[in-house]
Design a protein around this ligand. Structure first.
Ligand SMILES: Nc1ncnc2c1ncn2[C@@H]1O[C@H](COP(=O)(O)OP(=O)(O)OP(=O)(O)O)[C@@H](O)[C@H]1O
Ligand SMILES: [Mg+2]
Length: 571
């Protein structure tokens, strides 16, 4: 039996919804499946009707009773959630859950729905699982938690070498929200290998899996029934992606190795025992940010929402600091944002793990800083430079960060860019736009300067730079045939979504959730309207495209510089 746990310490990210969909999908494929609801909310239990009752999860948690199914092919059995599960935090809980789940028998799969915290119950389940799938929401606040989830995974893997990470699964993805699309790109750039290349879209149909054997309710309405069938078909596409992940899950662990030295076992202790286990309550005033760290822009709004949550719940995840220095201060290794937010919340002291800042830990710190979404483009470039100064070669840096080598080169190239472009890097203009501008600068410095003077910083993107490129090329009368130049062409870059996005974006029809492959359409924004680029119709100017709005009721020719590319979807 393979145990799959769906967990994240963030609430409401879609764990239960995805867990129940996986149960149905596996059963539809003819597997026998046990679902275990470890959450006192019992939502997972409520997703099933007419399935075999396999008792209460409270017996598993309090007595370590093994989960026994004896199910036939295609059958589903449920170990129900219980309202008292949340209160279970005795010392035996972790071992009970681990022992009960590792002895589970009588089915092909056991799918475990975890509550939104890394409690003893969840750690026990992680210790008995073969796979961990982590749904994540692309709202910024959720992204902050990824570091903690990965640390928890490493901590659990230390004691359960069988545990493999299926990956981070973007959930409840709302493609219309610019912030979510940006987060997806940032996430892909930082953690590409760790992400399941498939987004679960924000769709209400997703949330009502009730009929046994069917992932969605059947409907008497023909259109809804068609959507249901399409969703069920695409669910199998999602399962295929998970199967591919299964093959690569173990190698993902390499990517996480760099986190391993950052306090592997700290998360095990959880709650009040943390103090005995290495996390101390340290006064905020005796902690300082590390002045040697790349400067990052801390978003004040985000900091405030974090501080509100800290004021309500305290700091849940300890920060990591160095031992006191000559000034009697601990410098922060990880968790500057939590420390600042705790200050805003008027909190003192804060839970902190004290570690020597070894060279290895410093490398981890740099890597993690590079991977934080709140670093400016220049901040990332400085961190990459620091790694180079520390003697790391380009391929090593690429491997440590999970990037391509060319991405490392692009950041390393910022130091050689003209001052004007370096200033933009400090304002966080995206790296690809900067590299494109830098190559155009060599071609036509005046045109680039004019473009920069006329374009507000927040509008400088690969797409607007692509417009400039077209203008420069048109002005020069001919396209360059130089091979290296063509390779650098921003137009093609702008038009071609990243490999990750092209994999993740497909959405077969408005109400379907899981992607199917097929012909694609490119969605774009022009002022307040969202349209579809007509790839089969040429505009009168070669710096414009034909765009269809309102389902083809309005077709207009739009200048390239006015178009913002949104996403590529299944047509
Ligand atoms: N893809 C989706 N589209 C729209 N709504 C969704 C989607 N996935 C989940 N939801 C809704 O979001 C809410 C939270 O989802 P769900 O219960 O699956 O999350 P969870 O991570 O299990 O939450 P909790 O942490 O409370 O256990 C529910 O109301 C659910 O119906
Ligand atoms: Mg849930």
């Amino acid at each position: 039996m393979k145990n799959i746990i769906i967990a994240n310490n963030k609430g409401g990210v879609g764990k239960t919804t995805i867990a129940s969909q996986i149960v149905y999908a596996l059963a539809n494929k003819g597997h026998s499946v046990i679902g275990v609801d470890l959450d006192s909310q019992r939502n997972f239990t409520g997703s099933f009707e007419d399935v075999t009752d396999l008792g209460s999860a409270l017996d598993l948690v309090t007595k370590g009773n093994p989960v026994v199914g004896e199910l036939n092919a295609g059958d589903i059995g449920i170990v129900s959630g219980h309202k008292n599960l949340q209160a279970q935090n005795s010392d035996d809980v972790l071992l009970n859950v681990r022992n009960g789940l590792s002895k589970s028998t009588g089915a092909d799969f056991c799918v475990i729905d975890a509550p939104p915290s890394f409690s003893e119950v969840v750690y026990g389940a992680l210790l008995a699982s073969d796979y961990l799938l982590v749904p994540i929401e692309l709202k910024r606040f959720s992204l902050d938690g990824i570091e903690g989830v990965l640390e928890a995974f490493i901590a659990a893997q230390e004691h359960n070498p069988n545990l493999a990470l299926l990956g981070l699964l973007p959930s409840r993805f709302d493609a219309v929200k610019q912030g979510e699309r940006d987060a997806l790109v940032a996430l892909a750039e930082s953690f590409e290998r760790l992400i399941v290349p498939h987004a679960i879209r924000n769709r209400t149909l997703m949330c009502r899996p009730r009929m046994p054997g069917l992932p969605y309710p059947t409907s008497r309405h023909a259109a809804a029934e068609k959507r249901r069938q399409s969703s069920a078909r695409s669910l199998s596409g999602f399962m295929k992606k998970l199967q591919e992940r299964h093959a690569m899950a173990r190698s993902l662990t390499d990517t996480l190795e760099k986190l391993a030295a950052s306090g592997k076992l700290d998360k095990f202790s959880g709650g009040k025992q943390l103090d005995e286990d290495g996390a101390y309550q340290i006064d905020l005033a005796s902690i300082e940010a590390d002045p040697d760290q790349p400067r990052r822009m801390l978003d004040e709004g985000k900091l405030h929402s974090l501080s509100e949550s800290i004021a309500a719940q305290g700091v849940l995840q300890p920060i990591t600091v160095q031992p006191k220095n000559a000034d009697d201060k601990h410098l922060i290794i990880m968790g500057e944002r939590r420390w600042r937010a705790a200050q805003l919340a008027g909190l003192t002291p804060i839970p902190a793990i004290v570690r020597e800042a070894t060279a290895e830990l410093r490398a981890i710190q740099l890597t993690e800083n590079v991977q934080r979404a709140d670093l400016t483009t220049m901040g990332i470039a400085q961190a990459v430079d620091q790694m180079r100064e520390d003697g790391k070669k380009r391929p090593e840096i690429a491997k440590a960060l999970g990037w391509s080598e060319s991405a490392v080169s692009r950041y390393a190239g910022i130091a050689k860019m003209p001052d004007e472009l370096q200033a933009l890097a400090r304002l966080s203009v995206p790296i690809l736009a900067l590299s494109d501008l830098s190559s155009l600068w060599k071609k036509d410095e005046r045109a680039v300067r004019a473009f920069l003077a006329a374009t507000p910083t927040e509008n400088i993107s690969r797409v607007t730079v692509a417009g400039l490129r077209v203008e420069i090329d048109a002005g020069q009368g001919a396209h360059s045939t130089d091979e290296s130049d063509q390779r650098d062409q921003p137009v093609s870059r702008a038009a071609k979504p990243s490999r990750f996005l092209s994999e993740i974006a497909p959405d077969p029809e408005p109400e379907a959730i899981f992607s199917l492959t097929g012909p694609v359409a490119i969605l774009c924004r022009y002022r307040a309207d969202i349209g579809r680029i007509l790839t089969d119709r040429k505009a009168t100017s070669n710096t414009a495209l034909m765009v269809s709005f309102a389902d083809g009721n309005r077709i207009e020719e739009i200048a390239l510089s006015e178009i913002e590319l949104l996403e590529v979807i299944d047509a």
